[in-house]
Ligand binder design. Structure first.
Ligand code: IDP
Ligand code: MG
Length: 140
């Protein structure tokens, strides 16, 4: 077992519905520690860079527009196997396929407006954290 860090984002559909606290309850209940957190509005260039891996996908433009449409809460989560542990509590990308008890099952509106982001590997987590936080903003 390894202590890892992962990047979480509470997306605009969730901040608009005042769900930050409810989502944080599920994160903390899963044993993950929120070691950095801030509410921001992404610029378009930052959103484009963050989702660069999806550039060729048909939903890329809509996704960038959605992620810059309102405030988001970016977070660094820390814990045992944090990357997978958070993916597990997030649930499937499509809330119709998400398991009971997951954040997306409870709160997501649809496959795009799905309330949360979580890094998919330790390597990507490091890149995504560096895009959103200065090292001194993370207090473990
Ligand atoms: P993930 O967030 O579960 O890792 P990814 O495949 O990495 O899912 O997709 C990134 C984000 O792009 C999703 O969270 C969702 O907001 C959006 N997205 C993914 N697939 C679709 C789709 O088929 N239509 C619209 N938006 C999508
Ligand atoms: Mg992903």
């Amino acid at each position: 077992m390894a202590i890892e860090r992962t990047l979480s984002i509470i997306k605009p559909d969730a901040t608009a519905r005042n769900l930050t606290g409810a989502i944080n309850v599920l994160i903390e209940r899963a044993g993950l520690r929120i070691v950095a957190q801030k509410r921001v509005r992404w610029s378009k260039p930052l959103a484009e860079k963050f989702y660069e891996v999806h550039k060729a996908r048909p939903f890329y433009g809509d996704l960038v527009a959605f992620m810059t449409s309102g405030p988001i809460v970016v977070q660094v989560l820390e814990g045992e196997n944090a990357v997978k542990a958070y993916r597990d509590v997030m649930g499937a990308t499509d809330p119709a396929k998400a398991a009971a008890g997951t954040i997306r099952k409870a709160f997501a509106e649809n496959i795009e407006r799905n309330s949360v982001h979580g890094s998919d590997s330790v390597e990507n987590a490091a890149t995504e954290i560096a895009l959103n936080f200065r090292p001194d903003e993370i207090v473990g």
